[in-house]
Structure formats: C-alpha cells, structure tokens
Design a protein around this ligand. Sequence first.
Ligand code: AMP
Length: 326
Amino acid sequence: MSGIRPTGFLHLGNYFGAIRNYIKMQDEFECYFMVADLHSLTTHPDTKELKNHVHRVLAENIACGLDPNKAAFYCQSHVHETTELYLYLNMLAYKGELEKTATFKDKVRLHPENVNAGLLTYPVLQAADIILHRAKYVPVGKDQEQHLEMARNYVNRFNHRYGEVFPEPQAFNYGGELVKVPSLDGTGKMSKSDNQMATLYLADEDDIIRKKVMKAKTDSGPTEANASKPDYIENIFLLLKLVAAPDTIEKFEADYNNCTIRYGDLKKQLAEDMVNFIAPIRSKVDAILNDKAYLKKVMEQGAEKANASAGATMKLVREAIGLNYF
Ligand code: AMP
C-alpha cells in the first residue's frame, strides 16, 4: 500500500523513492496504490486545480508502468471507510507526539498561517490508509520513515486495546536502503512544490531539463587523488547513478579520483541521460491525459477493488471495538 498526493507534478524523487517500487511490487503482491487527495487538502485548501492534479498523478503513474489491472489504483476520497478508520485512530494518537513529527514542524515553519488540525493528524490519516487494507509493506522514500513508525504505534495500541486486527506495516524498498533523491542545488530533496528549479519533473521539456542540470552547483574540481566528494558533487553522482549506464558512471568516478574530471562534461552527460529517461514518460502522460474516459474507468475499477478490501477490514474493526449492538 502506498499513496502520492496530487499537489503538483511528479518528479524524480517520487519515481525513484516510490513509483519504481510500485511497478515491481504489482507483479509479486496484492497492491493498493492511491492518489492521496484528502491529504492534499491539509496544505492546499484551494481546490480549483485539484481535478487536473488528480488526473495528472493517475496518468503519470500509469505512464511510469503502474498497471491498474494488476494493482488497485484509486482515489482516497472514493473509499469512505478511510475517514471512519481515521476517526478511530485519532483516539489512539496523542497531541504531544503529533506535534513532535518532523514533517509537521517543517510545514508549520513554511506555512505558519495554516496550521490546521488536519495537518497535525496527517500521520493518523496516513496510518488509516495503510491499515485499511491490513497492509504489511509500504513502498515509500526515506522522508516517510517517521510516519511509518507512528503507524506501527497506532497498530500496536489498537491491537492491545481491542484485540489483534492489524499487522505491523513496514517501509519497503527493493534496494534495501530507502532512497532520498537530492535536489540539484544540493540543499535538500527534490519536491513537488518547494525548490522547483532544483527539481526534475517527469513533465519537464528537454531544454528545461538541460538548463536545470547545467545550473547544478560544482566547484573547480578535486585537487588530490581519491579525495572524498563534497555533498553537492556527491549528489550529482547520485543522480547520474539513477539514470546512466554503468560504464559512464565508472568513467566519471575514475576521472574524479585522478583529478581529471570536467564538471561541464559530467553535467552534459547527466542532462542527456535525464532527457532520455524523462522524454518517453512525458509523451505517454500526454496521451493518457487526453483520454478522460479511460481515466474514469481506471478510477471506478480502483475504487471497486479498494472498497471491497476496506469493507472487509472495517467489519473486523467495528466488531473489535464493540460497535456491534444488534
Ligand atoms: P509526496 O510527494 O510527498 O506525495 O510523496 C510521494 C512519495 O514519493 C512518497 O513515498 C515519498 O517518500 C516519495 N518521495 C518524495 N520526494 C522524494 C525524494 N526527493 N526522494 C525520495 N523519495 C521521495
């Protein structure tokens, strides 16, 4: 089980942190992937663009290889039991620990004018999404580790108070380590809304990709053999490793280690590899977005599968809590 908020264009962080794992998992597991439209309301109260964003996130995931015939791919607001379970979990979540969550503190800092209760309980809604399908594995990026820890706490409290209903969910990644895709300016991670010139979006045109990559921070180069790399250079290599052929990576590593590296060439190579990676996805997205009947069918089919699973879980939940009076 995993979700992505429809708050903007998807980027390489979403692809390598999340979607890449979805595509592999759909062949091995019973999967539920969701467009987290309710979550987006916590930070994006203006809903004028919501429908477009929901369609875009659906199209972008499908263009990347998510197959709605294999996984249940649905919108969060189409599964009403989510909000019921969220309410029950809120009784097991404590204000003090919610206030200490890193993502909450970040958002308070960035948007002090909109610190709403939905934002505070964001991890509770996320836990409800996950355990609604009694999910065990959650393919997410490194930024979500703390939220998963909280989901496990709610599961343990629920099971302890009302009886064993839920398995403990854990973060899942095929590579072992959870991935964090850094921004091109070396100051943080790629993101849908912050830092747009330092983030590569799946919708970016070739020239924009080249421009963004060529602006990435470098310096005059290493002065001694086998030196360790400063963060911003390490980040460029990290990005190269995501998209380049092994011999290309080897060549630039060797050039770095013997101090002959030319960062202009490194960035040109990275830009071309990024263009080759992103361009085919971008054109598939455009084709899917033009087929609204197909998108409607995807959402209906996804909601049907997700509702069946949610209904079965909620029957167990209501009985465990004692909400069965007949
Ligand atoms: P969000 O964009 O917050 O809706 O996140 C959707 C998914 O993408 C989550 O699984 C995140 O962990 C993942 N993700 C977002 N940004 C990054 C990043 N820069 N690096 C790795 N994973 C990311």
